[in-house]
Design a protein around this ligand. Structure first.
Ligand code: FHN
Length: 675
């Protein structure tokens, strides 16, 4: 066991020895085991399982956020530590249920936002050893996991509502002094606990950070945290919640947002992206019912079929599924969770090969379900996940060409098939082999050839000077031929297309000289820029900011409100506080006429208007979410109007801009002006 002095000493070594990290490439092999597993168990467990969602007269809809959502003073919440005694906790049983369900890793809350640690930490008394249970949960899980082919992984919250040095306090904690609170000391504590978690429990699969969105956290801190983790365990995977992840969709790039740090993979939450570019590593985390932590009354559990179809949908898009369990205070899983894990396991016993070790679908879209694929030496297995089983027993696989060698029903018999002109028809039984998804495996020689229309891609369909368009088709065996406007002269696509005038591109896939897909068309329009505003005198470096107090669920009509204060500001700071709204007015300076892209990250809602044109509407109640918009602007000054509100909880507001296609940067004061 390491003590505080050791940690400080180790930190000094690590800090001095921290080396410049090679840029993490999307194909980083350290993620291969994780990509192969495709399916993991999330566990949210801690003191909040004791109240199980209810708190006195403050409602019954709470969960892991109960200390905040029920406004429980620290002293009252700390009392729960004397009640947490999960005598039925059995690490082997948990790992066995995960493995039986086809899951390859467990991510458990070593510490959630409430600050309580499920592990024996030398750095705080607010941990499992201060409860009647007095056993290190992380140690027992870390020891059990390998016995059940499970990789143990830690969720760890950056945000900490208990530690005296963490800021901000909860806005309703007015009686709790901030005297002496020091985020640098908190970060040392955070680094110390991460060091414990990556030193005392053997090889760890993933460090799953969270709670990175509050105004006191910086992207640079996230990069430091990443470097600490890989210095301690070079093979540990770290998620992207190190700098603001860009909202619940969680799909920030490697630079995160606001100069943050994007870690090794992206983490959409409670949602499945419509489509993800090939080669991107991502994982959707999702609850089985409506909450992460245990709530006795939350019986809104998703059906087993729904959960299996979500797993199939996610894996068909190249992602992982992290499915959550909220254990009860006695250390057992809710019955509804156990039942679903068991039923998922039954399905995985027969169909797991269509999940584990597969990559995303080669098809753009399948009306009846999803697909995954697994590459072998010189063949490919295509797995057809059939949600809507054809009652006539004829499964049509659209666009599939190439050499199909066999077909079989997983858990069933061989199937006959006919290779048609750009499709394959598989004869299958008229009843689905199980109640969730029937999987038909089709073997093809080499890589699959899919006759599908190419995609036509560019940053935007409008441009000021010129634009570059790329054409893509899933199967590398196919050619793309295209023509421009009404001129039928065919070109074979070999390199991006550079346009300087309004042009319609028509494209089609070809197998040799034969066209094998419908034609797809897209028009790119050259537009005039919005003229700059001519002003006699301006004061550079400022915007006017008006502050309003109120309780809204969406942006208010500011014209009907009286501001509680007004001031001139030179930056759009990440705000704090609840029941508040801001309106910023002034001008933004554009260096050169072009298509200008703006990005707006906010919690809660926001809206950006340039020259009275709504460029981004990010309104509504939500966590930190980023939206982008483009507008053609002439060099010079343009009116800038930004609205934002926060109801309760975390507050975020960040604006970036740049020439479309180039990196966006936070708007410097020198780009603002008021008249
Ligand atoms: O605030 C947390 C929440 O309690 C839960 O842990 C989820 C799981 O990803 N993460 C945060 C919300 O994004």
């Amino acid at each position: 066991m390491i003590n505080k002095n050791t940690i400080t000493f180790m930190l000094s070594i690590l800090t001095s020895a921290v080396f410049a990290l090679a840029p993490i490439t999307i194909s980083d092999p350290k993620l291969d085991w994780w990509r192969n597993e495709r399916f993991g168990m999330f566990i949210h467990w801690g003191l909040y399982s004791v109240p199980a969602g209810s708190w006195k007269d403050r409602g019954t809809g709470h969960a892991e956020w109960i200390r905040t959502t029920a406004k429980i003073p620290l002293a009252s919440y700390d009392e729960l530590i004397h009640e947490f005694n999960p005598m039925k906790f059995d690490a082997d049983a948990w790992c066995e249920m995960a493995n039986d369900a086809g899951m390859g890793y467990i991510v458990i809350t070593s510490k959630h936002h409430d600050g309580f640690c499920l592990f024996d930490s030398e750095l705080t008394e607010f941990d499992i050893m201060s409860t009647p249970f007095k056993r290190d949960i992380m140690k027992e899980l870390a020891e059990a996991a390998p016995k059940h082919d499970i990789r143990m992984s830690w969720y760890h919250s950056i945000m900490d509502w208990h530690h005296p040095d963490y800021l901000p306090r909860r806005s309703w904690e007015i009686e709790r002094s901030v005297e002496g609170a020091d985020m640098n000391s908190y970060r040392e504590f955070l680094h110390g606990q991460v060091t414990e978690l990556l030193t005392n429990y053997g090889p760890i699969g993933i460090m799953w950070f969270d709670g990175e969105w509050e105004s006191t956290w910086r992207g640079s801190y996230g990069k430091e945290l990443y470097e600490l983790c890989v210095a301690l365990q070079p093979n540990v995977i770290v998620n992207n919640r190190l700098g603001a992840r860009g909202g619940m969709e969680g799909m920030t790039g490697m630079d995160g947002y606001a100069g943050g740090y994007g870690g090794d993979y992206m983490t959409p939450e409670q949602e499945i992206p419509d489509a993800v570019a090939k080669g991107i590593d991502w994982e959707t985390c999702m609850t089985m019912n409506d909450r992460w932590g245990y709530n006795l009354l939350d019986k809104n559990f998703k059906s087993t079929t729904d959960l299996i179809q979500k797993l199939s949908d996610i894996v068909s898009k190249g992602g992982n599924f992290l499915l959550n369990i909220g254990p009860k205070q006695d250390g057992t899983f809710p019955e509804e969770s156990i039942q679903r894990l068991s039923e998922i396991g039954d399905w995985m016993d027969i169909n797991g090969e269509a999940i584990h070790g597969t990559v995303g679908s080669p098809f753009e879209n399948l009306d009846w379900g999803r697909a995954t694929q697994k590459f072998h030496a010189d063949t490919t297995t295509l797995y057809m996940h059939v949600f809507d089983w054809p009652i006539d027993g004829k499964l049509v696989i659209p666009g599939l060409a190439g050499e199909v060698t066999s077909a079989r029903i997983l858990g069933g018999q061989e199937a006959t098939f006919i290779v048609g002109d750009g499709e394959v028809l598989v004869s299958i039984p008229k009843t689905m082999p199980n109640e969730h998804i029937g999987v038909v495996a089709v073997e093809v020689q080499g890589k699959p050839v899919i006759y599908e229309s190419p995609s036509i891609n560019s940053g935007a369909t409008e441009f000021v000077h010129s634009t570059t368009v790329t054409l893509n088709v899933g199967s590398e065996e196919l050619d793309i031929k295209y023509w421009l406007n009404n001129n039928r002269a065919l070109f074979t696509y070999t390199a991006p297309i550079h346009l300087e005038r309004t042009t319609t591109i028509h494209a089609q896939s070809f197998d040799g000289n034969a066209s094998v897909s419908p034609v797809i068309s897209k028009t790119f329009t050259k537009v005039e820029v919005l003229p700059a505003v001519l002003l006699h005198s301006v004061q550079d470096g400022f915007l006017r900011k008006r502050v309003y107090k109120g309780n809204w669920d969406a942006l208010p009509d500011f014209s009907k409100l009286k501001p509680s204060s007004m001031e001139q500001v030179s930056t759009i700071e990440a705000p704090e506080g609840e029941w508040v709204a801001f309106a910023f007015d002034g001008y933004v300076r554009i260096d050169s006429s072009d298509m200008i892209e703006f990005s707006l990250l906010s919690d809660d809602g926001s809206r950006l208007l340039i020259d009275d044109r709504v460029v981004i509407d990010n309104n509504g109640l939500h966590g930190p979410e980023e939206k982008r918009g483009v507008v053609p602007l002439a060099a010079g000054l343009h009116t800038f109007h930004l609205e934002w509100f926060n109801k309760s909880g975390g507050a975020t507001l960040q604006v970036k801009m740049g020439v479309l296609g180039k990196a966006l940067k936070t708007i410097k004061p020198s780009f603002f002006a008021v008249d």
